[in-house]
Ligand binder design. Structure first.
Ligand SMILES: Nc1ncnc2c1ncn2[C@@H]1O[C@H](COP(=O)(O)OP(=O)(O)O)[C@@H](O)[C@H]1O
Ligand SMILES: [Mg+2]
Length: 347
């Protein structure tokens, strides 16, 4: 248990300030940890993450249940997977392969792939009433929502410039309803997703002169053309001035190169609707610059609620090869950054 967290009173959490995209509230649990609403597929993806992807994905740190009854003092209580109810792992919305279902409930018998969705749903929802962890013992009559705890990747920065780029040419997951899939396909067509394999979802830029963050929300970002995307990518990389942070671009290019190699190796993976979170230190004269735990740049893959791989399959056969839509987006971002740096060098 972390300092300041007691099992009965929980931890008071506040809205996370550095959220640039998405639509749901994210809470700050402690300086290095955020809470995001638990979505079954994302939860299992984090839990079963391969080592080879770890350096590109935030660390998974556990589960909490959040009590929002008192809006002034929203509390999070640490729980274990055994404390989650069938509603938390809403299997009617998400389909898991029998393999993962068996694994969740630690069944030893081999997988029965002939089971229907309905049977699997019944199997997983038969867990019975929600049980309480120690921390919830005297408060279990309250309404709680389950959240996952994730590494706060912006915590290593003092005044972080952050960009959320939604990746890929397809956004809907395998379990999306046809209405949802249709809506998502229209959105990929009407944004830069289909042409570039990437679109902007929001950003914040720290301006030293103003000592403040400039923000662009997802509605603004969604309207961008290819040229608009390029323009705002450049703007993001200028740290609130009109001068490109070439140092930052070079570090981003190196990290993108490493990421491309890793994604190419992950055959059968599809990161539908995931985002790349780009972060760099916006405070140039930052006193923390020499502190060992501070970073200059980072890029992570986030928003994994529709990701699929061999253990999170909706249906057979599995996908073949790497996620080409994601790679297309990576390549375009790489090319734009490269072009910006080259242009700057010629000036
Ligand atoms: N691990 C993290 N560390 C720091 N910021 C994060 C992290 N995960 C998400 N965020 C912030 O929250 C925003 C929304 O997160 P996301 O996972 O995309 O949620 P949603 O499912 O609502 O789209 C991101 O744009 C980013 O600013
Ligand atoms: Mg998102």
């Amino acid at each position: 248990m972390d300092a300041g967290e007691s099992p009965s009173s929980g931890t008071i959490v506040n809205e996370f300030f550095h959220r640039v995209g998405g639509h749901n509230t994210i809470y700050l649990f402690d300086e290095t940890t955020i809470c995001k609403a638990l979505l079954p597929r994302e939860f299992y993806f984090y839990k079963r993450l391969k080592n080879s992807l770890r350096s590109f994905i935030p660390d998974y740190k556990g589960i909490v249940k959040i009590d929002m009854k008192d809006e002034e003092r929203i509390r999070a209580y640490r729980v274990t997977e055994a404390d989650l109810s069938a509603t938390d792992l809403d299997f009617t919305k998400e389909y898991f392969s029998p393999e993962i279902v068996n694994d969740i409930y630690k069944k030893e018998e081999s997988c029965d792939t002939s089971k229907s969705d309905k049977e699997i749903n019944q199997q997983t929802t038969s867990k019975g009433p929600e049980c309480s962890s120690q921390g919830l013992a005297d408060t279990d009559k309250l309404e709680y929502s389950a959240y996952i705890l994730l590494e706060n990747v912006s915590s290593k920065f003092i005044n972080p410039c952050i960009l959320d780029l939604k990746m890929g040419t397809r956004q809907h997951g395998d379990t999306a309803s046809s209405v949802k899939a249709q809506k998502q396909m229209e959105r990929t067509k009407s944004t830069t997703s289909s042409k570039l394999g990437v679109r902007m979802c929001g950003m914040q830029i720290y301006s030293e002169a103003e000592r403040a963050f400039r923000r662009r929300d997802k509605y603004y970002c969604r309207s961008l053309s290819v040229e608009g995307f390029k323009h705002h990518l450049y703007e993001f990389l200028c740290n609130g001035t009109d001068k490109l942070r070439v140092d930052v671009c070079i570090d981003f290019l190196q990290r993108l190169k490493e990421m491309k190699q890793v994604i190419e190796e992950h055959r059968g993976y599809r990161f539908f609707s995931s985002s790349l979170l780009f972060i760099y230190e916006g405070q140039l004269d930052s006193p923390g610059k020499n502190r060992t735990n501070k970073a200059d740049i980072d890029i992570r893959i986030i928003d994994l609620a529709h990701t699929t791989c061999d253990r999170l399959l909706h249906k057979l056969p599995p996908y073949e090869g790497p996620d080409e839509g994601f790679l297309k987006g990576l390549q375009n971002i790489y090319d734009f950054l490269y072009e910006f740096v080259e242009r700057e060098r010629k000036i």
